[in-house]
Design a protein around this ligand. Structure first.
Ligand SMILES: [Cu+2]
Length: 200
């Protein structure tokens, strides 16, 4: 599993594992029933076909249970999505500008960088825009991905909980050097961040 470096990572991973678990359970159940019935009801054992005229109880059960499971999966995704889509009001704002084929980050004091420096344990809101085509701001270790498009005010947010360097990719094919459009997020202590921010 990729490093979990934000408040979102555990929830996103749990949702993923639960959905994969449900899928594996039904894969095994359906495959087992398929093979069992193919053997049990083959032509040799049952030379004469018998008509079956439905079973209301069974119909109700296999309508209600899958509906509840699908609603549960929706609720898992929705509750995480709401959190991911709502930056806290007190978040520090950093502007990210995507262009073919690089990222540029602008801080509130006007400082610019091509590496994203952020302080640890702080809510950070990233305002996304693009000077040309569609790009996508993607940090796997943070479990966030959001499109950066021209004339569109997209944003995303995170709270990095672990110091370190993580890769930031462009996740939208944006032309010839798309695969080279990556940089780093450096999560540093608050002191280090302030020193960096106020240095030349
Ligand atoms: Cu791009």
């Amino acid at each position: 599993m990729i490093a979990q470096a934000t408040n979102f990572a555990q929830n996103v991973d749990n949702t993923f594992i639960i959905i994969v678990g449900i899928c594996v359970f039904f894969l095994v159940l359906i495959t087992t029933l398929l093979i069992t019935f193919a053997i049990k009801y083959n032509k040799k054992r049952n030379p004469k076909a018998v008509n079956i005229h439905g079973n209301i109880k069974l119909e109700i059960i296999w309508t209600i249970i899958p509906t509840l499971i699908v609603l549960y999966i929706f609720w898992l995704g929705w509750s995480d999505y709401i959190e991911l889509a709502t930056p806290p009001k007190d978040a520090m704002v950093i502007n990210a500008t995507a262009s073919m084929w690089q990222w540029k980050f602008t801080y509130s004091n006007g400082k610019q960088a091509d590496t994203l420096y952020v302080p640890v344990n702080e809510n950070i809101k990233i305002k996304l825009n693009s000077t040309d085509v569609s790009h996508s701001f993607y940090i796997p270790a943070f479990r966030i991905k959001r499109d950066a498009m021209p004339n569109t005010n997209n944003s995303t947010w995170f709270n990095a909980e672990k110091l370190g360097s993580y890769t930031l990719f462009c996740a939208e094919y944006c032309g010839l050097n798309h695969s080279k459009m990556y940089t780093e997020v450096k999560v540093v202590t608050k002191d280090k961040f302030n020193n960096w921010l106020n240095s030349e």
